[in-house]
Design a protein around this ligand. Sequence first.
Ligand code: ACO
Length: 332
Amino acid sequence: MNSLTHGIGILGLGSALPEKVLTNFDLEKMVDTSDEWIIKRTGISERRILERETPAYVLGVEAAKKAIDDAGLKPEEIDLIIVTTSCPDYLSPSISCIIQKEIKAKNSAAFDLNAACSGFIYGLTTAQQFISTGYYKNVLVVACEGLSKIVDWEDRNTCILFGDGAGAVVLGAVEKEYGIIDTELGADGSMGHFITIPCCHLSNEDKEKRLHENKMVLWMDGTEVFKFAVNIMAQAVEKVLEKCNITLDDVQLIIPHQANIRIIDGASKKMGILFEKVYSNVHKYGNISSASIPVALEEAWKSGRISKGDNIVLVGFGGGLTWASALVKWNR
Ligand code: ACO
């Protein structure tokens, strides 16, 4: 909780998804799987995929421009750009610097942040800290993910799960007692080996785990991640509500990381909440890592699921392993 004369909240939102749709039926032709298996085990029907030669940052640029426009600001009024990503097109320049150039936010600082699928809430929290100290006024957080580029398209255990996309928000001053009320961040590096994406180093263990020639791909122990996810999502929601001194009865909507409908369902049961209180679009986009929460948030808002004054809980988990939750009192 802060003692400022104003709240810190979302001034504008934007998202971008590739046009190309990859259905479960398309995947049936690529690996030994079936539409029935994928729907039953994950809830995913299709996902959006970038053309091979298109970099993921183009999605981040589009989402960022929409969010700035929605906030009624000019790019020059952005003080800081934080890009959350687990698969940057480049390590240098950072994706935030590329986006800064493309949107002409010439007065902003820029850096990338990697907390995998929890990245967006880590990004929100970081932005909130900069604004609450008065260091910056308007911070752009862009969750930008091109997972299709680091997926092994011959590995049926993982390739059915992921998609590409970007979601962005501009954060700044809003009415007092609205906006981000509090957040909760966590990490347990001792479980990091359950999801790995090598970058500049490949250990023998990494090589052995990967099936095919291309070793610079995502590998995951799905069962371990599944168990972790169900428990940690429920705990992370409980913790942030405790911090804010409210209960689930006071919450209008939960927007979880969209990894697997069974994970969302399992966590909802653990929390004892009705599925109607939980937003999901995993069937359309699959897992788009840190972009999944802002894309779902914008969709929920635009479709009328959120009204001013609603208490919304965002909750995510992912590689690291990491987790994060936020309580947002909707200010728009
Ligand atoms: N099609 C058909 N069969 C398959 C497929 C497939 N695509 N994938 C696996 N199988 C088979 C397995 O080989 C196994 O066969 P076997 O019994 O003969 O060995 C069987 O199906 C069951 O496999 P499980 O792995 O036990 O299936 P499960 O029900 O656990 O579902 C899944 C697997 C979907 C990966 C699930 O474990 C999951 O969603 N885990 C969480 C993943 C996740 O959310 N990660 C998010 C973080 S990612 C990040 O941060 C970037």
